[in-house]
Design a protein around this ligand. Structure first.
Ligand SMILES: Nc1ncnc2c1ncn2[C@@H]1O[C@H](COP(=O)(O)OP(=O)(O)OP(=O)(O)O)[C@@H](O)[C@H]1O
Length: 277
């Protein structure tokens, strides 16, 4: 079923809405199913009972203005923040009923979560791999691979507390990748990352999707999402304004223009008459 909300866009395939995601696993079954997910903080509704279907093998962008509810949604979807309402399934496993089983399939780059920053980068990535039950040889091999492709070889022996913001983001990404999860959930992975590292990360993620993995990524960079992602959901004020393939959502416009149409809020910058030299 295609639902229309607003001018001409709110494209969510809800044909499986009443199906039990633990048993309904047709070819092309979603990697992540979100139903009625909601969260409020005091009287603030951060996420307003949303539905999302993230197809397996998709590169899924989650975009929205500041405070739209992206981080809250991703935190609930990955078992980091308990929802007030709704459910999330990862490859058919209920994240909140079977969190350990669901989390073995997930690699998560969370926003603002403290790392064990008194470890060196190499120790932190190694620790993540061992925590996942991986054998020491594989962990050592993959840790060196990750440090190399993320341009952290020289920083591998340095304490994470002494890393720059971009280096911290990259080492956190390495901890999300080490166990080669089925689904990667990355909250703003390119924030503070230099252009060369960002290009390397994009190519790692694109290869991963090409080999059947699923990536869901939040970002504020519309151009990047348009070029990199196969699917996108636009969230504003805790609601899904549009979701579908990138081409379905943007129509004949750029994603950025479509985003502004959907969420509004552009000012002409003329309000600060006093701001001049
Ligand atoms: N722990 C919290 N306590 C109180 N309010 C919160 C908390 N976390 C989020 N919020 C509120 O919930 C709303 C959604 O926040 P969220 O961080 O999910 O937005 P976002 O889309 O990720 O924003 P940004 O793009 O700025 O990172 C905001 O109004 C925010 O102030």
């Amino acid at each position: 079923m295609t639902t229309v909300n607003g001018p001409d866009c709110y494209i969510v395939d809800m044909s499986n809405l009443n199906a039990d995601p633990t048993t309904a696993r047709p070819a092309g079954a979603p990697a992540i199913v979100v139903r009625g997910l909601g969260k409020h903080f005091a009287d603030k509704v951060a996420v307003n009972g949303i539905d999302l279907d993230v197809p397996a093998g998709s590169f899924y962008g989650l975009v929205g203005p500041n405070g739209a509810g992206k981080t809250t949604t991703l935190s609930m979807a990955t078992g980091l923040l308990r929802p007030d309402a709704g459910s999330v399934w990862v490859h058919g496993v209920d994240v909140w009923r079977e969190p350990l089983k669901a989390k073995t399939m997930l690699g998560v780059l969370a926003d603002g979560v403290r790392l064990f920053d008194r470890l060196t980068g190499r120790q932190l990535v190694t620790y993540s791999g061992r925590l996942r039950g991986m054998d020491p040889e594989t962990v050592a091999e993959r840790t060196e691979d990750l440090l190399r492709v993320l341009d952290l070889e020289d920083a591998g022996s340095k304490l994470v507390v002494d890393y720059s913001a971009g280096m911290t983001k990259k080492i956190a990404l390495a901890t999300a990748l080490i166990h080669s999860p089925r689904v990667l959930v990355l909250d703003e992975p390119f924030e503070a990352v230099d252009p060369v590292s960002a290009a390397n990360i994009r190519s790692i993620l694109t290869d991963y999707v090409g080999r059947g993995g699923t990536v869901i990524v939040s970002s504020h960079v519309m151009d990047l999402v348009q070029r990199m992602c196969t699917h996108v959901a636009v969230i504003a004020a805790g609601n899904v304004m549009a979701a579908g393939t990138v081409d379905e959502v943007r129509g004949s416009e750029s994603l950025e223009d479509r985003f502004v149409d959907l969420v509004g809020g552009r000012s002409d910058g003329g309000g600060l008459q006093w701001l001049r030299s």
